[in-house]
Ligand binder design. Structure first.
Ligand code: NDP
Length: 288
């Protein structure tokens, strides 16, 4: 029997309705959650991502501000804008769309965002909070993957999860989130020898690499859950993941499609983080 599909679009729809309800009740208490999205340069993929994020905010009733700058915008000017947004009471979340032009130090910019408004979860103190189990913003993509596992009612405790990819925005935080649920976690990367020997042992595979057809049916244990984070363009220019969907679907128990899997969940978790941030600021206001 082919794998069941974990439908990220349907789950996103359900979660975004619940977020919109919470936004409405927050507004009744006098607070409208606000997200600032900062885009530097004209990377076509970034423009699409930013448009989708702004649209999702509008649909959920979240106030959004798009700050767009030319590719030659200076690092100093960008840092000054972030500082202004850090102090703007209408803004609860700040997102700087990556990648930034080469003349700008990405890490410096991410660290300039107030940890209280770090809804992307890329600030070093957010990473530290995830690492140590303290409250903080979790990066949206791996958090969305975890939500998908929760939605199918999967108990990770004692299961073997193999994360392929070790970036700071997906692979590493994904591994920590799975660990926080008491999975046994293996992280694979470009220097891993015999990747298939690891993935074949996995109850859960999360593929976050950026290589079409990296994960094939022979690399998957029958019944395993396969979460495909990858976003690639195939020879016909169509969006595809890291997993050979048609082949792996015949072996896996559950699988996420691309498109319609992790992608929409990433934006949903961004909305959720922005809402959480606004709720925290409402709580602070109440106690002040
Ligand atoms: P990075 O390029 O930062 O990281 C890719 C990782 O894959 C690296 O850790 C790299 O290892 C590893 N890798 C490369 N080749 C292999 C290989 N042959 N075998 C095993 N591991 C390998 O990418 P990101 O983490 O930013 O993104 C990964 C993918 O997810 C991309 O396709 C991206 O577009 C997509 N993405 C999708 C999102 C969504 O919302 N759906 C959001 C974010 C990303 P090493 O560290 O050794 O170089």
């Amino acid at each position: 029997m082919p794998a069941q599909i974990i439908d990220g679009l349907a789950l996103s729809k359900k979660l975004r309705l619940a977020i919109a309800d919470q936004v409405t009740s927050l507004k009744q208490r006098g607070i409208q959650p606000g997200l600032a999205v900062v885009l530097v340069g004209d990377n076509p993929a970034s423009q699409v991502y930013v448009r989708n994020k702004i649209k999702a905010c509008e649909d959920a009733g979240i106030h959004s501000v798009l700050e767009k700058y030319e590719a030659d915008f200076s690092e100093a000017d960008l840092l000054a804008r972030i500082e202004a947004l850090n102090h703007d009471p209408a803004i609860h979340g700040i997102l700087v769309q990556l990648p930034l032009p080469a003349h700008i130090n990405e890490q410096k910019v991410l660290e300039a965002i107030s940890a209280q408004k770090d809804v992307d979860g890329f600030h070093v103190s957010s990473a530290g909070a995830l690492m140590t189990g303290l409250p903080g913003f979790w990066p949206c993509t791996p958090h969305g993957c975890l939500k998908m596992l929760d939605d199918i009612g999967y108990d990770l405790r004692g299961k073997h999860a193999v994360v392929v990819g070790r970036s700071n925005i997906v692979g590493k935080p994904m591994a920590l989130m799975l660990l926080s649920r008491s999975a046994t976690v293996t992280i694979c990367h470009s220097a891993t020898q015999n990747l298939a020997a690891f993935t074949r042992q996995a109850d859960v595979i999360v593929a976050a690499v950026g290589k079409q057809n990296l994960i094939t049916a022979d690399m998957v244990k029958p019944g395993a859950i396969v979460i495909d984070v990858g976003m690639n363009r195939n020879a016909e220019g169509k969006l595809c993941g890291d997993v050979d969907f048609d082949g792996v679907r015949e072996v896996a128990g559950w699988i996420t499609p691309v498109p319609g899997g992790v992608g929409p969940m990433t934006i949903t978790m961004l909305l959720d983080n922005t809402l959480q941030s606004a709720e925290r600021s409402a709580a602070v206001r109440q106690t002040a």
